[in-house]
Design a protein. Structure first.
Lengths: 336, 300, 240
């Protein structure tokens, strides 16, 4: 009986979530759909980072740079090769995944703070690298879709028609981003639940124990970095598509920090809180601006909020949810 | 072949490299100090140094001389560092390292935001710490400013070394960093040692900022952002656990980056940051413990 | 039997590690100038008892030292009461030198002349420490580190020394030497010692009284002679 109740609640929660997703744009202004679409970008990157840090315990401060790889892949394909923007997404993901795999290789020898520093360096150096190789990247100016390849921008006319439905460009971006987000979330959930997830968690809990049980540490680390990279690449691609421009300033170290903050606030090692993490990272700056638009105050408020959340919820929203849900889940799985 | 090298230029660029490296070393020391005692990299160290620099600017604006402002800012920064540790870090002292790192990132925003709030974003400048006249040594012209920077950096390092080696407090600081539990049994108030560490780190960052700013024609709130990366690279090169390493590593890095930038045109000044990153990556791949760190056996 | 109101009194002390309770109400006393042993199997709560006294574990219950309550105090405060805790594993500050370790033993004291006096006395007990002052403490052998730990504890000029498993990992000859020094300090200078030991034989030779713990409670207590003569106690609790 309890088991049926638990499953029932779970299905209800998922259904509610899907309903919110489908109907949200109708309740918010067109402009806010754009904001929500951006939150979706963060969500995808955060899910990817969570797979890496929350589950294998490897810290990356360079996911913004991986997003840059995805974003610039999309931009290059659209502007130089005249691809349709939406179709570039898979390739952007793969490109970033490959880079993630390459980064995963040194990750074998590093761990903890050293990996964090290496990825930090990567993130800080990325804008300079982007500026330097201007032939491909457009240098400091970046690449603008509208100037160079207007035909490839979906929704340029202001509306998009899919499956017979016509919607505004902002609504389209929202649905595009969050559908991919939901699929990505589901995939992540399956990965975590499945065999690979177990392997990955064993690495986080004890590398030595994992290896002695036969886990191929090298492969696990690099693969998890690669998968995480794919998510970041897709997020970067969607960011490029939303903004219709990429330049070095879109992908500074700040972005990497925001992704990490979102993941930690959302709750590492758990998936449900991550939506909250994405919303936090997207909306807190806006809310901070409402407090005051005086220069510096929004950042100040933002920082205070981050600190307070960490003090009050060191394990993030996910940790809170786990504590709250524990009575429910224990009733599911233990016999009285 | 030997005669083809312009020794004068080499000497000059080396000194310039040592000068920047010295300023990076101070920030690197600050980072290592906190890292050793808590395992946390304080990502806000650069912004804290920047904030101190702005305080110095305001003091000078109110009529103090450069060195008067310098000393007063040191004291204020020291107190500020202690205050920040007590207010912001203490509540999360026992939390996982990643949580504390995020707190320092939050602190980064707070300090950066505060600096942009209290002071406008127009560029401003700090008077020169030292005279701008060049000085000739062995027939080669050097800037007094560069030599002065090197002297101050080494002086601060020496002071710190004396503090750690020869005073009771310094001894307690060292003990707390490495064996906090045992230190408590000896009666050392480890928690306050942590605060003291933050105070010292903030003071060192302040020196770094106050000497970096005059070297530029003008500065704004972005002053210390690149310095943080260079400092981290220097600390990694020297070994994150080693204060001596942080200093030597940063000095070496300063020379390396400057010479590479001078003699390899393609790198020039554009790719200094990626170069620092490459150094970090290289060190971590070849010898993660750095020049002076003790390699820990971790073969899995 | 000790006089009422000894140097150290524990009454109904409980202690926990997170959600796990390790002590379920331990009561014991240490009289001034006594050596008292705490014995028992692994996991019985011996180390936890010492930690409860020095404040390095969450505890409740009454703990009185020289009449004053130390029950809620932090380790730093307990040290200032004159209680030196030599933890399991010696607690050597391995990165620091031998001399620096010794110096930190007297950290809480301000009386510089008596500190110097004590340094001389301590070096008198352990002369070889003087020669190795500059050596990194982590490079000393196990027995040497144990003696360094004891010497460091003495630098506090403590009224009570808490010794946690001094024999752990040491050769019998070294263990014998350490206990000889402890006995000598007790006889000549009236040092009170509460020693936790797995090696019941050697502990009972040095101590005048002992408590045997089992599963976080005092199972047996008495004078060392009684305990040594009691065969069932020896067999069930002391392992010999």
């Amino acid at each position: 009986m309890n088991r049926a109740l638990g499953i029932g609640l779970w299905v209800l929660a998922v259904a509610a979530g899907l309903a919110v997703f489908l109907l949200a744009p109708h309740f918010v202004s067109d402009f806010h759909s754009r904001d929500l679409a951006r939150a979706g970008v963060f969500f995808i990157a955060i899910v990817g980072l969570n797979l890496l840090t929350g589950y294998t315990g490897q810290i990356s401060l360079g996911h913004g740079a991986l997003m840059a790889i995805g974003g610039y892949t999309t931009a290059a394909l659209v502007v130089h090769e005249h691809w349709r923007d939406v179709w570039t997404i898979p390739l952007a993901g793969i490109a970033a995944g490959v880079v993630g795999f390459i980064i995963g290789l040194p990750a074998l020898r590093l761990s903890g703070i050293y990996l964090a520093l290496a990825t930090f360096g990567f993130a800080v150096a990325m804008p300079s690298l982007l500026k330097k190789f201007s032939g491909l990247t457009g240098g400091s100016q970046g690449l603008r879709f509208l100037e160079s390849a207007p035909q490839q921008v979906t929704g340029l006319a202001g509306t998009v028609t899919i499956f017979g439905h016509t919607m505004t460009q902002n609504h389209f971006l929202y649905y595009l981003t969050w559908s991919i987000g939901i699929v990505g979330f589901a995939i992540a959930w399956l990965i975590v639940r499945g065999g690979f997830g177990r392997v990955v968690r064993s690495v986080r809990d004890s590398e030595i124990a994992a290896v002695s049980s036969g886990v191929n540490l090298a492969r696990t680390k690099t693969v998890s970095f690669a998968i995480s990279g794919v998510y970041a690449g897709v997020a970067g691609a969607l960011l490029a598509i939303q903004d219709e421009i990429v330049n070095p300033l879109s992908f500074t170290f700040l972005l990497s920090i925001l992704i990490l903050v979102g993941a930690v606030v959302g709750g590492l090692g758990s998936l449900p809180g991550l939506v909250f993490g994405a919303l936090f990272v997207q909306y807190l700056p806006t809310i901070s601006t409402h407090v005051s638009t005086r220069a510096g105050v929004p950042d100040f408020v933002y920082g205070v909020a981050i600190i307070l959340v960490m003090i009050l919820l060191p394990t993030g929203v996910g940790g809170l949810l786990r504590r709250v849900a524990r009575p429910l889940t224990t009733r599911l799985y233990t016999r009285p | 072949m030997l005669l083809a090298i312009d020794w004068t230029e080499l000497a000059q660029q080396t000194v310039i490299g040592l000068s920047s490296g010295g300023l990076w070393a101070l920030l690197a020391l600050a980072i290592v100090l906190i890292y050793r005692s808590t395992g946390v990299i304080n990502f806000a160290q650069g912004e804290m140094a920047m904030f101190s620099t702005f305080i110095a600017w305001s003091l000078i604006n109110h009529g103090l001389s450069y060195w008067e402002a310098f000393l007063l800012t040191l004291a204020i920064s020291f107190a500020g560092g202690i205050g920040i540790e007590r207010a912001v870090i203490r509540p999360v002292e026992r939390a996982p390292v990643l949580t504390i790192v995020i707190v320092t990132i939050g602190l980064l925003f707070v300090v950066d935001g505060a600096a942009r709030w209290f002071w406008s974003s127009e560029t401003r400048s700090l008077p020169n710490a030292f005279s701008t006249r060049p000085i000739t040594i062995a027939g080669v012209a050097f800037s007094i400013q560069d030599l002065g920077n090197i002297a101050v950096s080494l002086g601060v390092v020496a002071l710190l070394a004396v503090l750690f080696r020869f005073t009771k407090v310094g001894l307690a600081l060292r003990a707390s960093a490495v064996n906090p539990e045992e230190s408590r049994l000896l009666g050392i108030r480890v928690s306050w040692m942590l605060a003291l560490g933050w105070g010292l780190a903030a003071a060192m960052g302040a020196v770094s900022g106050m000497l970096t700013a005059p070297a530029l024609a003008s500065f704004d709130q972005n002053l210390m952002q690149p310095v943080l990366l260079y400092a981290l690279a220097g600390a990694v090169l020297g070994g994150l656990e080693s204060p001596l390493g942080a200093v030597v590593g940063s000095l070496l890095l300063g020379v390396f980056v400057n010479l590479t930038g001078t003699y390899i045109g393609w790198i020039g000044t554009d790719l200094r940051l990626p170069l620092a990153f490459a150094v970090i990556l290289g060190v971590l791949l070849v010898r993660p413990s750095g020049l002076f760190g003790r390699p820990s056996v971790r073969r899995v | 039997m000790p006089e009422a109101g000894g140097l150290l009194e524990l009454e109904g002390v409980e202690a926990r590690y997170g959600p796990v309770k390790a002590l379920h109400g331990v009561s014991l006393t240490v009289g001034d100038g006594e050596i008292v042993a705490v014995l028992g199997a692994n996991g019985a709560g011996k180390t936890t008892t010492l930690r409860a006294i020095s404040g390095t574990v969450r505890r409740s219950g009454a703990i009185r030292f020289a009449g004053k309550s130390v029950a809620g105090r932090s380790p730093e405060a307990v040290a200032r009461f004159g209680i030196a805790h030599v933890p399991e594993g010696r607690g050597t500050l391995s990165e620091l030198s031998v001399a620096e370790n010794l110096r930190l033993g007297a950290y809480v004291r301000r009386d510089r002349t008596s500190i110097r006096e004590d340094e001389r006395r301590v070096l008198g007990h352990f002369p070889w420490l003087g020669d190795r002052g500059g050596q990194r403490a982590g490079t000393l052998s196990g027995g040497e580190q144990q003696m360094l730990a004891l010497a460091r504890a003495l630098m506090l000029r403590p009224r009570l020394v808490l010794l946690d498993e001094p024999s752990l990992g040491l050769a019998p000859k070294v263990v014998a030497e350490i206990f000889r020094i402890v006995r000598e300090l007790n006889e000549r200078e009236g040092l009170s010692v509460l020693v936790v030991e797995q090696n019941a034989i050697i502990a009972l030779e040095a101590a005048s009284r002992a408590y045997v713990l089992e599963a976080g409670r005092v199972a047996v207590e008495g004078g060392s002679d009684e305990l040594r003569r009691n065969e069932s106690v020896r067999r069930s609790y002391l392992g010999y």
